[in-house]
Ligand binder design. Sequence first.
Ligand code: FAD
Length: 410
Amino acid sequence: MKIAIIGGGAAGFIAGISAAAKNSRARITLFEATRKPLDKVRISGGGRCNVTHNCFDPLELVKNYPRGAKELLGPFSRFQPREIIAWFEAHGVLLKTESDGRMFPVTDKSETVVNCLLDAARESGVEVRLGARVKNIESCSENSKSPEFEIKLSDGARQKFDRVLLATGNSPQGYRFSAALKHEIVSCVPSLFTFKINDARLKGLAGVSFENATLTLENSSKRKLEQSGPLLITHWGLSGPAALKLSAWGARELHEYNYHCKLKINFLPGYNSNQIYSAIAEYKMQNGRKRIHSASPVVLPRRYWGQIAGVSGVSETDTWSGISRATMNKIVSELSGAVFMICGKGIFKEEFVTCGGVKLSEVDFKTMQSKRCPGLYFAGELLDIDGVTGGFNFQSAWTTGWIAGERMVE
Ligand SMILES: Cc1cc2nc3c(=O)[nH]c(=O)nc-3n(C[C@H](O)[C@H](O)[C@H](O)COP(=O)(O)OP(=O)(O)OC[C@H]3O[C@@H](n4cnc5c(N)ncnc54)[C@H](O)[C@@H]3O)c2cc1C
């Protein structure tokens, strides 16, 4: 049985390795367009590679996928973080867990992961062809029992295969091949980005962070787009887990609004306006002679409190005894529902994933085989699946790649 894997990223390599482990008679060729296989693994996680996340309950795990949650539930019950951790361990790569659940190799070097996958592919007999860009794929047989494909490389060479796995990531060529083989491509837009915001309240505060804030997109869609978590002020706007998660869940809407949208922030989630007002009123009673700017009456970075007091009309010398009810109300609304205007998207450590890709209803997630073209399989980012930041994107590549590899050699 001749197997072609197109794309030498996380999904393609793990698929080749799992196919070889399942069927030692299969002849597996992996075509990688560049001379740098596993390049995204190499550069990921700031050169440390955030391999996966320590979340072992498939029902919890799928909650991290704005697209693909329903479809990944079955695959995660067969191959999830536990399996990839064990696989790497069996191949000499130990992973460690950071406080937020992200998992990295103990070496803190992505090269460890890259070398492990390259060695495992070589030892399993997978033929890895670098600089081998696939230009065209034709299905030569409609017979589901004996599918046949002809692959044409950019140097003109042609080769026939019984099964083909597309694992081309977000490359436009992969979408083109999929479309030519009868698949619908859900339009692609970026996911995982930071928010550009030009607002006096954030000026000069780059580096100030909030332990927990709730961000809500004020948009016209029916879906409530809201995420909570740590938030960071940057030179150009807002970043941090809460902003990144919101960019992923709201990727389509934000693209639709051309990245111009109102953003509401609750800096004190868990407290309602009345509770915040009462806390401020009590602080006022006990600290009448203190300057308002000198300390925050609620848990908030002091520099941001100064900014809020300023925009609420409080001068540097005003004391609590003289604060009006109207000013207190203004402060409460700045704390519980401050409105900012997003005016563009920024990058997050150059990490991004694509929202969109091969339509999921056209793929059988038990096997990762196409429902439209027998013998054709899909894995990784090429599919309309993406996760939030934290190792979830690699996990979906490991899972879909592993299953596709095993099932395509049966
Ligand atoms: C800077 C950065 C950092 C990231 N960090 C993380 C992280 O820490 N954790 C995480 O979970 N996710 C991270 N991601 C996302 C993660 O890298 C991707 O989700 C994952 O790499 C997808 O794997 P893949 O195998 O599907 O695609 P890819 O890794 O993109 O691999 C596809 C391969 O196919 C090849 N190819 C394309 N077209 C052809 C063709 N016609 N012929 C032959 N070969 C072809 C490409 O050259 C490429 O090597 C990061 C992404 C970026 C950009």
